[in-house]
Design a protein around this ligand. Structure first.
Ligand code: MN
Length: 265
């Protein structure tokens, strides 16, 4: 959908103000993906599973040159009986729709997984008007999420303006299935958080982790340990292929075991 560049840039001001692009791998926006999206006839959507200070799912719909964004703590549900809280957050650049990786520090520090992606179609004649009214009906054509959905604003105007609910409509794609449990992995790299982290564990996390305590802290701790094991296995595999048995391999295995037994306590 063609978009006015100036208004898209304006709507990304909050996104850019929160980030230091020298220290985050997240897209600045305005790249090739943005130009491609402007030419494409279909609107894109994506859902990113984001383990930061808390685990949540970022639900994003392309509209007029940016991605409208909501943070959904429990993630989307295929069950129409579930009304999932969705907090409207700042618009994100179109390029963000392909982003997956590790944010080492700063805003949103943690691991981002591309959990679903595809295209969306508004079921209302005017998306801008639907957003103002707080009632946006649409259908999704993703890998995991399909069929008809609605985002409804709960608080009306004012302080609660950011609270919405994401609800699945009854159709053939609805059902009593916990899609976050059935389909937990990436649609881009096909792995889990640990696989993403194994490619790039930031040094800064040695002293300061994005999530220290609580459920997210425990989850991050486990993922860091799994990532260390994946890395150790890769190193061991490389050494074995070379026909060498380096002491480093044994050490890496030993480290993995120590960490596992510690975690079991
Ligand atoms: Mn997020």
């Amino acid at each position: 959908m063609p978009a006015k560049k100036s208004s898209a840039a304006k709507r990304l001001a909050a996104y850019r103000a929160k980030r230091d692009f020298k220290s985050t791998p997240e897209p600045t926006g305005g790249g090739r993906a943005t130009r491609a999206a402007q030419k494409a006839s279909k609107l894109r959507f994506c859902v990113q599973k984001h383990l930061a200070s808390h685990l949540h799912y970022d639900f994003r719909l392309e509209f007029e040159g940016t991605l409208l964004s909501w943070a959904v703590p429990k993630g989307p549900s295929l069950n129409p009986a579930d009304k999932r809280l969705a907090m409207r957050v700042e618009d994100h650049p179109i390029d963000y729709g392909d982003f997956e990786g590790v944010i080492p520090e700063g805003y949103g520090a943690g691991v981002v997984m591309l959990w679903d992606r595809g295209t969306w179609t508004p079921e209302v004649p005017d998306v801008g008007e639907a957003l103002r009214r707080g009632d946006l009906k649409f259908s999704l054509e993703g890998v995991k999420l399909k069929g008809s959905w609605v985002l409804v604003r709960t608080g009306g105007r004012g302080r609660d303006d950011r609270s919405w609910l994401l609800i699945k409509h009854r159709d053939r794609w609805a059902g009593p299935v916990d899609v976050t449990k059935v389909g937990p992995l990436s649609v881009k790299s096909f792995g889990d958080f640990a696989d993403i982290l194994a490619k790039d564990v930031p040094d800064v996390w040695e002293s300061h982790r994005p999530a220290e305590g609580g459920a997210a802290g425990k989850m991050l701790q486990e993922i860091i340990e799994q990532a260390a094991q994946i890395k150790a296995k890769k190193i061991a595999g490389r050494s074995a292929r070379k026909g060498k048995s380096k002491p480093r391999t044994t050490a890496a295995r030993g480290r993995g075991r120590t960490k596992r037994s510690k975690a079991a306590k």
